[in-house]
Design a protein around this ligand. Sequence first.
Ligand code: BGC
Length: 397
Amino acid sequence: MLDNQLNFPAGFLWGAATAAHQIEGNNINNDWWPREHSGDTNIAEPSGDACDSYHRYREDMTLLRDAGLDTYRFSIEWSRIEPEEGHVSRAAIDHYRRMADTALELGLTPMVTLMHFTVPRWFARDGMWRSPKAADRFARFTELALPVLGEDVKWVCTINEPNIAAMIAGGEDPANLVAYALPAPDLQVADTLLECHRRSREVLSGVGGVRSGWTVATQAFQAEPGCEELAHDYGYQRDDWYLEAAADDDWVGVQAYTRTIIGPEGPRQVPEGVETTLTGWEYYPRALELGVRSAWDKTGGVPVFVTENGIATADDARRIDYTHGALTGLHAAIEDGVTVEGYLHWSLLDNFEWTSGYRPTFGLVAVNRTTFVRTPKPSLAWLGRVAAANALGPHQQ
Ligand code: BGC
């Protein structure tokens, strides 16, 4: 053991995350697909075949495992499992169970997300999260998903980024999935998402070893001098409220990418000359440490799981640099007593980045858009080495 390395706690989990619509391909029955194909969309390009991971998931998981990582977070697509209300596809449930089996067979710990932004078209048409039936429907979907979890999936995320979901609920195509570019959250939707989460957790509490939570986009709101109150009010309904609501959960997910500075006019654009990534976000690795500390604080000490952290860049050396910085901050938070269960990088693959299409590349693995051939980037091997050592070496590595 080197004395200049940062050691992580025994049993710390290391892996990468994905989401169904962003990698599977041809999710023609969810709410995003028609938006991608409508005439007046601002979605850069349709998701199409995505990474064809609906068929190639074993290859994806094998790449992750062979690199030295041990955990894979993926989501199940509600619109495949319940294509029309009350009509259940047993074949889709079997498919996702095969994914969990494959992960376990490869020695990976699976984390299953029940809802990662996309919902069935019928659900969207009928009021979406504003329907009085939303919570019943989500609880029923959770029951449908139980065979996917079986007896051996321990980690379950009910809802991915409910705070972002409440901001994009208006149906406007968001310009960019970060707070400074998003409409204000719909607070009624926020309440409903919380009710959905609680109902879903009730269903999951009947299942042996499941530990469930939701994953929040922590946005590191920072005030310019004199704007503290404004920053608090702005940030509370976009971030802290969702962390506080997780106080009774088994764990809370932190998804951190960048920070948002609040000035007298509200959120500020990134100033000229400051390094930005392919999504236009400020290059700010410290976001992770701030998100983790805030989650621990606001929940009153609920174990944290880093369920997403990463950077869209065409320069893989910057990805390693960013991740090194983020993990250094994470380690400092752990040293100060924050319980952190694991770190999952966003994302395993270059994938469909919502309104921005395929241009912003977040992956540890590149995917050829025509042949679907996967090419691991040096960052995959780098993160695998960190995982295998359960320690972060000096930056030159
Ligand atoms: C989401 C992912 C997204 C990533 C980068 C998170 O908001 O959970 O689906 O691709 O951040 O924008």
